[in-house]
Unconditional design. Structure first.
Length: 184
């Protein structure tokens, strides 16, 4: 069910864009994202910082798109979001010497420090790649192509998440077997 909630705004945006235009699609995206956050809040009784940032950016860039009747704002929103994430994770790990991924997920995953560090670096690279990819499509392609990229570009996060799972799986098994070793 959680995956449906994650894709819900994008699918509604795509449908509204195809049936109407980028402006109706943007309004639908704004409403769907607000509803998505309400559902997440209803389920978890809280919103993560990333949820709050996403909602704020969708509402800000969506409003600018609608008020100024300029689709460039909504198209640049993913680049701004991914760039902010890459910078935040990079500054945290290399300047503040904190690993935000471990702070967020450390209670759910027991991983060695080097693995947490590599995961954080992978997220920095991934976010930078996604920001640059979106920027490239915005600058060099039509709005129609950008909307298709937004829909089919979800292959990138899925491949990244699967790759992460494959990377951490052996470390999780190693921790489980050491935790449940023979008892004297």
């Amino acid at each position: 069910m959680k995956i449906l909630i994650d894709f819900f705004p994008l699918l509604l945006f795509f449908g509204a864009y195809k049936l109407f235009d980028i402006y109706v699609g943007t309004a639908v995206l704004m409403a769907a994202t607000a509803l998505q956050m309400a559902l997440i809040y209803g389920i978890d009784r809280k919103l993560q910082a990333m949820h709050k940032v996403t909602l704020a950016l969708v509402l800000l860039f969506g409003t600018l798109t609608l008020v100024l009747h300029d689709d460039r704002f909504i198209k640049w929103k993913p680049t701004v979001l991914y760039t902010a994430m890459a910078i935040a994770l990079a500054v945290a790990i290399w300047v503040m010497h904190k690993n935000f991924l471990k702070l967020l997920l450390g209670s759910q995953l027991a991983l060695p420090e080097p693995v947490w560090h590599r995961l954080n670096v992978a997220w920095v690279v991934y976010c930078a790649f996604m920001a640059l990819s979106n920027a490239y499509v915005v600058v060099y392609y039509s709005t129609e192509a950008w909307v298709s990229f937004k829909l089919w570009g979800y292959v990138f996060p899925l491949v990244f998440i699967i790759g992460q799972g494959l990377y951490i799986a052996p470390h999780l098994r190693a921790n489980e077997s050491s935790d449940t070793g023979p008892t004297p």
